[in-house]
Design a protein around this ligand. Structure first.
Ligand code: ATP
Length: 383
């Protein structure tokens, strides 16, 4: 077709969303979204139920029309193309395989539909890729859930889409299988080099697989970046709580010294890296991840290089195996979480013990105090 408008200035087939908005009657599901997914990357849209991630995916697939905004693929405007005209395939949570067909025929389906006669080599290659070559003659019901999902993947990839959309593809699998499939999916994506856009509410799943994670909340992207960067440097309370767990403590920035700021927490002076405009004096949420903190019996360890909060009283101990998770009630009433690795090198504590909480100033992050400290806490409450 001659349509397509301006020629691409973008190398490869980057997926670009510009000001994409979706309204359902008066409800704003996706709010003026700007997004760039580089060609060949593994991108995850992560967020709680109802945040708009599936709607975003459906707009890319052409299953939902944007209220406004533009979707470009490799520089071409695909916003109004029919779904089957888009070089995009989707893998859903329900595999939707054809039950009466063999695995071979299921995978061959897309090729046959476009009139390819000799499908054997390509189907064989795809079945190799998903490690199901020896199952070619079986019917879907003779495979496990994980295997069926791999067939669904092969069936989509054989069409060589420019972008593969994955809508909670592992949601129906049990935890162990899901972990295996996460590794598999990442391997397959690396091997085929096709752009994967993956929608999930499972933060671990997003972080395990994706090069870039966009955390969505209420139709907006709260923060986007490499998993480690998001985890170590959350910029909102929602991201701090939704991606892993965080202790958020009320504090006041009192001044700056070089690359660090001083923060007063209930009369104790703590330090934090001065970052992103949070170096001005005033109220903040001071954040520290539970696994970054270690416990010491009150007054027993030197805290010259650390941040130290004293006067904690252990209120709960949960032995998890790899770690022990403590709750320490602080003098101002807040319970802080501390996860200690079970290396055997550290002292174990019991409920009622008085402890100091130590951590490195570098691991501290500061957030705008006007935000709700509980945002993003109630995650995975829905299906
Ligand atoms: P989930 O993981 O539960 O699917 P999600 O983040 O993918 O959540 P969406 O499915 O994108 O969320 O939905 C975003 C919001 O838009 C929700 O509040 C949903 O109720 C609403 N919504 C989605 N589709 C429609 C529709 N066809 N009509 C009206 N409202 C809709």
């Amino acid at each position: 077709m001659a349509e397509g408008g301006a020629e691409s200035e973008t190398a490869g087939a980057d997926l670009v969303l510009q000001g994409v908005t979706k309204r359902f009657a008066s409800f704003l599901a996706v709010d003026d979204l700007d997004l760039e997914v580089p060609s060949g990357s593994f991108f995850a849209l992560l967020g709680p139920s109802g945040c708009g991630k599936t709607t975003t995916l459906r707009m890319v697939a052409g299953l939902e029309e944007p209220t406004s905004g533009t979707i470009l693929l490799g520089g071409e405007d695909i916003s109004h193309l029919k779904p089957y005209r888009r070089p995009v395939n989707t893998v859903f949570q329900s595999y939707a395989l054809f039950p009466h067909m063999t695995i071979f025929e299921n995978v061959a389906f897309g090729l046959r539909r476009t009139g390819v006669k000799d499908v054997k080599a390509q189907v064989g290659e795809m079945l190799e890729l998903v490690e199901l070559a020896e199952y070619a003659a079986r019917k879907p019901t003779q495979l496990s859930g994980g295997q069926q999902q791999r067939v669904a993947l092969a069936r989509a990839l054989i069409n060589r889409p420019k972008v593969l959309l994955l809508d909670e593809p592992l949601g129906a699998l049990d935890l162990k299988l899901r972990r295996q499939m996460q590794i598999e999916l990442k391997r397959i994506q690396t091997e085929v080099g096709i752009t994967f856009v993956h929608v999930t509410h499972d933060q671990e799943e997003a972080m395990t697989m994706a090069d870039t994670v966009a955390v969505m909340n209420g139709g907006l992207i709260e923060q986007m970046g490499a998993p480690m960067d998001l985890y170590e440097h959350p910029r909102t309370t929602f991201v701090a709580n939704f991606l892993g767990q965080s202790n958020l403590i009320r504090g006041t920035v009192t001044g700056r010294e070089g690359k660090e700021v001083d923060v007063d927490v209930e009369g104790t002076r703590l330090r934090a890296p001065a970052a992103g405009g949070q170096d001005s004096v005033g109220e903040v949420w001071l954040g520290i991840r539970p696994e970054k903190v270690f416990l010491a019996a009150a007054g027993t360890e030197d805290g010259a290089r650390s941040n130290v909060l004293g006067g904690g009283v252990i209120s709960d101990v949960s032995f998890i195996g790899v770690s022990t998770q403590y709750l320490a009630r602080m003098p101002w009433g807040q319970e802080l979480m501390v996860f200690e690795q079970n290396t055997g090198a550290r002292q174990n504590f019991r409920v009622g013990d008085t402890v100091d909480l130590h951590w490195t100033p570098d691991h501290t992050f500061l957030l705008d105090a006007s935000q709700d400290a509980r945002a993003g806490v109630e995650r995975e409450d829905a299906t």
